[in-house]
Design a protein around this ligand. Structure first.
Ligand code: PMP
Length: 281
């Protein structure tokens, strides 16, 4: 991680100096994105940057420069760090101002970013993972990719403490998503996942999986589902940029269930891999 993005400069990490009254530090007042890199090429950069701008606009955080500059800088960051398979992380806080709850609209956002190698989880994609089903304690604007992730990180810790890879969450028995992933179930030839409302982050992987599933002859029902429907599902999987399509083989916590690594999940994994190869060649 030798070169990082600091506002509009690519610089060495040791040259980054952030004020203690940065609102990201004081309030978790900021947003982020994670963009994958496969074989030296970014994947779905446009979709990620679009969501970044949407999150910024929903929170009235002002971009210090435009999207084309940002895209150039992120590509530059990738090249300078010589990353082949990994991720770009970018974050923008509301910037620096004397600590007060009230935010002013004239302050420019502060951008930081890094780029590093990351192994995509081959083993988990093949064998599946255990998940902990727990209550969703987060705020009601989960559609914003905020750096304020307390509800998510508490759930992740709880999952790990229970020997699970991920926490999946429910509000009064209605499944929402994972602590850092979206959730799908499969029943017959139909996929079901929570609609992209304020209660979930509309994952870029989620959107690609929906598109690929439809192209491959499956129906996709974007309607919230209950714990009972989860119990009755044939297959279940989570999706995210870093976990791609990961099968769920076991659920513990508020319900107990086991699933096979299903044939439809595997078919979607193949379609997803083929799509990445096509888009990044
Ligand atoms: N939901 C949450 C809460 C997440 O943190 C993430 C990953 N950051 C996702 C869903 C998946 O989003 P994506 O596919 O864009 O990585």
């Amino acid at each position: 991680m030798s070169y990082v993005l600091f506002n509009d400069q690519i610089t060495k990490r040791e040259h980054v100096n952030i004020d203690m009254e940065d609102r990201g530090y004081n309030f978790g007042d900021g947003i982020y994105e994670v963009i994958p890199i496969y074989e030296g090429n970014t994947f779905a950069m446009e979709e990620h940057l679009q969501r970044f701008l949407e999150s910024a606009s929903k929170l009235e955080i002002k971009l210090p420069y435009d999207k084309t500059v940002l895209e150039q800088q992120l590509n530059e960051l990738k090249i300078k760090n010589k990353v082949i398979n990994g991720i770009i992380y970018i974050q923008m806080t509301r910037g620096v101002s004397p600590r007060a709850h009230l935010y002013e609209r004239n302050v420019e956002g502060l951008i930081t970013g890094f780029c590093r190698e990351m192994a995509f989880p081959t083993e988990q994609k093949l064998a599946g993972v255990s998940v902990l089903l727990t209550e969703d304690i987060r705020w009601l604007r989960c559609d914003i990719k905020s750096i304020n992730l307390l509800g998510n990180i508490m759930a992740k810790r709880k999952a790990t403490d229970n020997d699970c890879h991920e926490a999946i969450m429910h509000r009064n028995g209605i499944l929402t998503e994972g602590s850092s992933s979206n959730l799908f179930i499969v029943k017959g030839k139909q996929l079901q996942t929570h609609p992209p409302t304020n209660l979930i982050l509309n994952g870029i992987t989620r959107q690609i999986v929906i598109k690929l599933a439809k192209e491959n002859g499956f129906t996709v029902n974007e309607e919230a589902f209950s714990m009972q429907q989860l119990l009755e599902a044939d297959e279940a999987f989570i999706t995210s940029t870093t976990q791609e399509i990961t099968p769920i083989t076991k659920i513990i916590g508020d319900i107990n269930a086991t699933f096979p690594v299903g044939t439809i999940t595997k078919e979607l994994q193949h379609a997803f891999k083929a799509f990445i190869d096509k888009e990044t060649k």
